[in-house]
Design a protein around this ligand. Structure first.
Ligand code: NAD
Length: 349
């Protein structure tokens, strides 16, 4: 039976994978993230399964391949944490779960927006103290406001529909607009200038890093609400903090944070030297931080386990890999695998 080293394991991962594995693989669960230090754990394994905050740099890629690992199964959609050039050079195949529930993430974005706008977090803690005052809890109607959606793929398009359901006007920006969605695509500048709510749903790439920065905030509609359920690196956290302080940003709902890998997913309440910017953001009444939990629904967990196990089945059976990510494909635009010069029998590697 093939052995898979499974990193960054949480109880909910074990439950969903054990339920769907049905004895197909020996899943060796490790709590640690996949980093260079964790490499000895993969000895004797045939494949590796890692999550969103693994640090799969060149050293890790080389270390995996030296230990006989040829398949890295990411059980997440994002893949900005992998050195694909190194994976390509060393012959490490990388697969992922491109879609498990866009609804889970889009609904979490909506939850952050409503919580912030209607001050639900403050109201809930007040009523626990039998404080029934409404002073300071005034929100605004979403109906009639403008939502600016950056990235209109699987999640962004679901969030656009949710916003339309609230009666909001939707503006969209995407490097590759999708006419089939019937959205009003505008320039990033126009979107920022006219949106009351800006929600991020594009991937973290060199060209999208800090897409929300001091300059874009300066040109934005004063007091807009920022929602980020995509990747922390899309937002310059220092610029956001400054803009929250002077009111240029009215509120921020953040499920992701630039330096989250050192903090998120674990109980860090005992750590005395906390990240200063994150502490300041969390301390603001108009900021809500969740710990990269937008994906965390029963449906999404089941889909993640099923697709990851199917990816591994296809790899070990020598079948085409529809969820493979390849360095060449990424360099030529990412989407059209059929154009990959190395693609043979449905595989790039
Ligand atoms: P997707 O690939 O379906 O959509 C991404 C969209 O971004 C595409 O329409 C693409 O054209 C667009 N895009 C690419 N480059 C761009 C650019 N330079 N500027 C603007 N738009 C650009 O991806 P998805 O499934 O909708 O996921 C979106 C993001 O959500 C992922 O990249 C991932 O980082 C994040 N995510 C977060 C969680 C969570 O738990 N918080 C879970 C899943 C995904």
């Amino acid at each position: 039976m093939k052995r898979i080293a499974f990193f960054d394991t949480k109880q909910y991962d074990k439950e969903s994978f054990d339920r769907l594995n049905n004895g197909r693989y020996e899943l060796c669960y490790f709590e640690t993230r996949l980093t260079a230090k964790a490499l000895p754990l993969v000895e004797g394994c045939d494949g590796v399964c890692a999550f969103v905050n693994a640090e799969i740099d060149r050293t890790v890629v080389e270390g995996l391949v030296e230990r006989g690992i040829r398949i890295l199964a990411l059980r997440c959609a994002g893949y900005n944490n992998v050195d694909f050039e190194a994976a390509f050079e060393k012959g490490l195949t990388v697969v992922r779960v491109p879609a498990y529930s866009p609804y889970a993430v889009a609904e979490h974005a909506a939850a952050l927006l409503l919580t912030l706008n209607r001050h639900i977090h403050k109201a809930a803690s007040r009523t626990r103290d039998f404080n029934f005052s409404l002073v300071g809890l005034t929100g605004f109607d979403l109906h009639g406001k403008t939502a600016g959606i950056i990235g209109t793929g699987k999640i962004g398009s679901v969030f656009a529909n949710i916003c339309k359901g609230f009666g909001m006007k939707v503006l969209a920006y995407d490097a590759f607009p999708n006419p089939a969605l019937g959205l009003e695509y505008v320039s990033l500048e126009k979107l920022m200038a006219e949106s009351d709510v800006v929600s991020l749903h594009c991937p973290l790439l060199p060209e999208t890093k800090h897409i929300i920065n001091a300059e874009s905030i300066a040109k934005a509609k004063p007091g807009f609400t920022l929602i980020n359920t995509s990747r922390g690196g899309l937002v310059d956290s220092e610029a956001l903090l400054a803009a929250l302080r002077d009111g240029k940003v009215g509120g921020a709902g953040l499920d992701v944070y630039e330096e989250e890998s050192d903090w998120f997913y674990e109980d860090r309440s005992e750590v005395t030297r906390q990240n200063k910017t994150l502490s300041l953001l969390i301390s603001m009444p108009n900021v809500i931080v969740t710990s990269h939990q937008a994906f965390l629904t029963r449906e999404a967990l089941a889909n993640i386990a099923e697709t990851t196990l199917n990816n591994l089945d296809a790899y070990f059976a020598g079948k085409p890999l529809e969820n493979e990510i390849c360095y060449r494909c990424l360099k030529t635009g990412g989407a059209k695998k059929s154009d990959c010069p190395r693609r043979k029998n449905g595989r790039c590697h």
